[in-house]
Design a protein around this ligand. Structure first.
Ligand code: PA5
Length: 438
């Protein structure tokens, strides 16, 4: 039984003629390109074989995380894109809501804050002021070591730390996760004597969640990173077969490509647990940067249900028919709350008394799927058996592989991001960066 069930309840309506469209043959070709390492971006396929839980590198990451957990009250993670989104996603999924606000004894580990994922002065000031009276360590994550947002945040946080602890102590409190040999961050870390972890050469930013880039912050937050990797390894075995009937990950990739072919240009990832908000950001980054190029691609959008049923719900039900939904449902969340019985039924809700909130959520989920499908919005359903490290590791791998296969099915290179340079060039010109035409 897979940890993740993949369904398309009204597949017959949209996938009629799936054989004639030759999807199995196309999936086989994309699979061969991926596993034969013969497709575009083939030097970025290191994530295909996740780290083994007993790998020496995992021991090193775990030990580093344990050291930080023993010393610090808070970890400041500095990074952007693939160098922060995965860690944030996993931590928010696998720690209690509002975790950073809980007393240390009630948390799984030090509070984790993120910086360098925007250029907002007010955000930077708020994070640093929250950290003012805390014992802090920094993990700066940048594969290229050259990205402006985290580089600027690091400069500010480093200066702030130096004033707090002095230069020598600050050096003991910074860990850089970056390329093995290249980039400004590598040079800086070596000059300052900071400890370092490595993002492997053959793994690009948005596929790096299960490398040191994501695993160190997760380990500091108290997540069991060996279990995450075990989940990813199980998924890599499960999704290694090219047969669509046997491979839910490939079926999902094929379904979304066929829906795109039929004019569904937007994919809305909807989850019924708010803990998925950061995960949805990771997913958007993965698919958006991987597929949106050469004038092609499905636009990845996300919604939190039932919250957004009171905002986007109207548009989904009655707006243009150019979207499909991928709905994430967790079968067992591990947390429950019962609806109390109130004497006299003052609010008319006694018909729910004795039922669980999850039961109500589930009826909302099932009812919404039906309503949206009746409104001609195709719904792809992903049911995660439960929310723990193993299942989340599985889910990360599922989407990484689905994204890579989708990119090949679409005929793009899912591992580059040439379009990201355009805003940087304009920004650098305006900032007068040396070497640009500013
Ligand atoms: O997927 C990618 O490659 C990007 O989103 C990067 O993760 C992002 O730009 C950050 O890059 P870096 O880690 O080099 O700072």
């Amino acid at each position: 039984m897979s940890k993740l069930q993949v369904d398309f309840p009204r597949a017959a309506v949209y996938m009629d003629g799936i054989e004639s469209a030759g999807w199995q043959a196309k999936a086989q070709r994309a699979h061969d390109l991926l596993h034969g390492k013969g497709g575009p971006g083939q030097k970025w396929l290191g994530w295909l074989d996740p780290l083994a839980p007993d790998d020496e590198e995992v021991r090193q990451i775990t030990e580093t995380a344990e050291g930080i957990r023993a010393r610090a009250e808070a970890l400041l993670v500095i990074g952007i894109g693939g160098s922060y989104a995965g860690a944030k996603a996993a931590i928010e999924l696998l720690t209690p809501h509002f975790s950073n606000q809980l007393p240390l004894a009630e948390r799984k580990g030090p509070a984790v804050y993120f910086l360098g994922q925007n250029l907002s002065a007010s955000y930077i000031n708020s994070v640093l002021s929250i950290l003012a009276d805390k014992d802090v360590e920094i993990n700066v994550v940048s594969k290229s070591g050259m990205t402006t947002e985290p580089a600027l945040a690091l400069r500010i946080a480093w200066d702030w730390m130096t004033q707090k602890y002095g230069r020598q102590e600050t050096a003991r409190r910074i860990i850089a996760t970056t390329d093995r040999t290249r980039g400004a961050l590598r040079g800086l870390a070596e000059r300052e004597g900071w400890r370092t972890l490595v993002v492997p050469d053959d793994v690009g930013g948005r596929y790096s969640v299960l490398t040191a880039a994501g695993l160190l912050p997760m380990g500091v937050a108290g997540l069991n990173i060996r279990e995450l990797l075990a989940g990813a390894q199980e998924a890599s075995a499960e999704y290694a077969v090219p047969d669509l009937d046997a491979n839910g990950c490939y079926r999902y990739a094929v379904w979304r490509n066929e829906l795109y072919r039929q004019g569904k240009q937007i994919e809305l990832l909807a989850a019924y647990e708010p803990a998925f908000a950061a995960f949805a950001e990771w997913w958007k980054q993965l698919f958006g940067e991987s597929e949106g190029k050469d004038g092609k691609g499905i636009f990845p959008a996300a919604a939190q249900f039932t919250t957004d049923l009171h905002s986007l719900g109207q548009f989904i039900q009655d707006g243009p028919r150019h979207l499909f939904e991928t709905v994430l449902w967790v079968a067992r969340t591990g947390s429950e709350r019962m609806v109390p019985d109130l004497p006299g039924d003052p609010d008319g809700l006694n018909y729910l008394a004795g039922k669980s909130v999850t039961f109500v959520n589930e009826q909302a989920y099932r009812g919404t799927v039906e309503a949206h499908q009746d409104g001609n919005v195709p719904n792809l359903l992903l049911t995660l058996a439960q929310l723990d490290e193993r299942h989340v590791g599985h889910l990360f791998y599922f989407f990484e592989k689905a994204c890579a296969l989708s990119g090949y099915l679409l005929g793009v290179n899912p591992f580059d991001q040439p379009g990201v340079e355009a805003y940087k060039n304009k920004m650098f010109q305006r900032l007068g960066k040396p070497g640009t035409n500013g």
